[in-house]
Design a protein around this ligand. Structure first.
Ligand SMILES: Cc1ncc(COP(=O)(O)O)c(C=O)c1O
Length: 405
């Protein structure tokens, strides 16, 4: 049963409930879009103000005495436990798209005799676009196959397999260890896109034996709009070579040496001067994960999404649940299909229930485990069922398109 009292009781018993207080979130806001842009931690504003002061007062000296030069290493150390790797395997830099480019080129170079980059049909557009660019650049070709046919499609031409651990549209979650093992059995290298995974479900790249991974920090990691991405290059890889060899990826950046000498580990994938202001916000945001067990995060994601699916089934019969019904195969996300998904979502947003829309017909709801209350699930479905029953979404204002959906 998922009545309101029951969900309120689950909030009282939830070991992660207290974490929500560390975020700036209005009590009456049902924010189910932390999978697009995570909310702000309370400490972030102060840290950004201090960074601005340090810039003003310390100027160039800030690199040494305000800790700017070590920011990326400190963040890598905070991220590593969430990814199941060591800090030396993590590089925080650039956008996910650039990190993906770097990971794919490096992986392709480690399999020079193989010429196919295998990707998923319907994958996130940047993954498809970047893979196409890398194929052109490295003399390879891209092959797209359905998500459930990846393992079967590997043959002795497959250099690299790129897959989203959690699919951005359906929320389907791969078995990270099983897919990586199948890729290795076929002699290829595995690159994971973790944009919808880290901070939402348990990720254990070390146990999976993954080769590379990329992800972003503005969704479930709450780094702020446009916060930098990260690239994981596993320690078992034999000297991956970055396509972009920048001076910050040099072993001794401030030697200003003539030749490029790669920094040890994933740090070689750094290239230019790090974005201190956004890294400062991210460093503060990651403090919320101290002492949080990824297994408990995943358990809560499963419980929240189970409650949502059950209530939608019960109260909103006309929509189709697109996400897997088995929570073990789902991220912290549930997608529903409705022919007027965009307008329905606008109507929900107008009532303070914020999710998003993915074309052509998906309503997407994210349930970040540190900030979502069980009772939010109740309010979301209550509003949703009313909007559907009254067709409140069917007004010109809700059909008008915003530039960012
Ligand atoms: C699965 C996936 N990969 C990559 C990206 C793009 O990342 P970026 O804009 O940081 O390059 C996103 C953004 O939403 C995403 O959902």
């Amino acid at each position: 049963v998922n009545d309101r009292e029951m969900l309120e009781r689950r909030d009282r018993e939830d070991p992660l409930a207290a974490h929500r207080d560390r975020f700036l979130l209005a009590d009456d806001l049902i924010y189910l879009d932390g999978n697009s842009l995570g909310p702000q931690l309370r400490g972030v504003h102060g840290r950004l103000t201090a960074a601005s002061d340090a810039w003003r007062e310390r100027l160039i000296r800030g690199w040494n005495d305000a800790g700017w030069v070590d920011l990326t290493d400190r963040i890598a150390a905070r991220l590593a436990p969430l990814l199941g790797v060591t800090p030396a395997e993590v590089c925080v830099t650039d956008s996910t798209s650039v990190d993906l480019f770097q990971a794919l080129v490096a992986a392709r170079r480690l399999r020079p005799d193989r010429t196919t980059l295998l990707i998923e049909e319907g994958t996130f557009p940047t993954d498809r676009y970047v893979a196409g660019g890398v194929a052109d650049l490295t003399g390879a070709e891209v092959k797209s196959v359905p998500r459930d046919r990846l393992a079967a499609a590997i043959d002795d031409t497959t250099a690299v397999v790129l897959a989203s651990h959690v699919d951005y549209r359906t929320g389907h979650r791969h078995d990270g260890a099983a897919v990586t093992a199948a890729v290795h059995d076929g002699g290829a290298l595995m690159v994971w896109d973790l944009a919808h995974s880290t901070g939402a479900v348990a990720v254990d790249l070390g146990r999976w034996r993954a080769d590379f991974a990329v992800g972003c920090s503005y969704k479930y990691l709450n780094g702020g709009p446009g916060a930098p991405g990260y690239l994981v290059a596993a320690a078992h890889l034999d000297d991956p070579t970055p396509a972009i060899r920048g001076w910050f990826g040099h072993a001794r950046t401030f030697d200003f040496a003539e030749d490029w000498d790669p920094a040890p580990g994933a740090a070689r994938f750094r290239n230019g001067t790090p974005p201190v202001l956004s890294l400062t916000a991210l460093e503060e945001a990651l403090t919320v994960w101290e002492g949080v067990d990824p297994a408990s995060v995943q358990a809560k994601a499963e419980a929240l999404t189970n409650a949502f699916v059950a209530l939608v089934d019960e109260r909103c019969g006309e929509v189709e649940v697109v996400s897997p019904r088995d929570a073990r195969r789902r991220g912290a996300q549930v997608s529903l299909r409705h022919p007027d998904a965009y307008a329905v979502m606008q109507a929900l947003i107008a009532r303070g229930v914020i999710g998003d829309h993915r074309p052509p017909d998906l309503l997407r709801f994210g349930f970040p485990p540190l900030t979502t209350r069980f009772v939010d699930v109740w309010h979301a479905v209550e509003n949703f069922s009313e909007i559907l029953a009254t067709r409140a979404w069917d007004t010109p204002a809700f059909h008008r398109r915003n530039p960012v959906i």
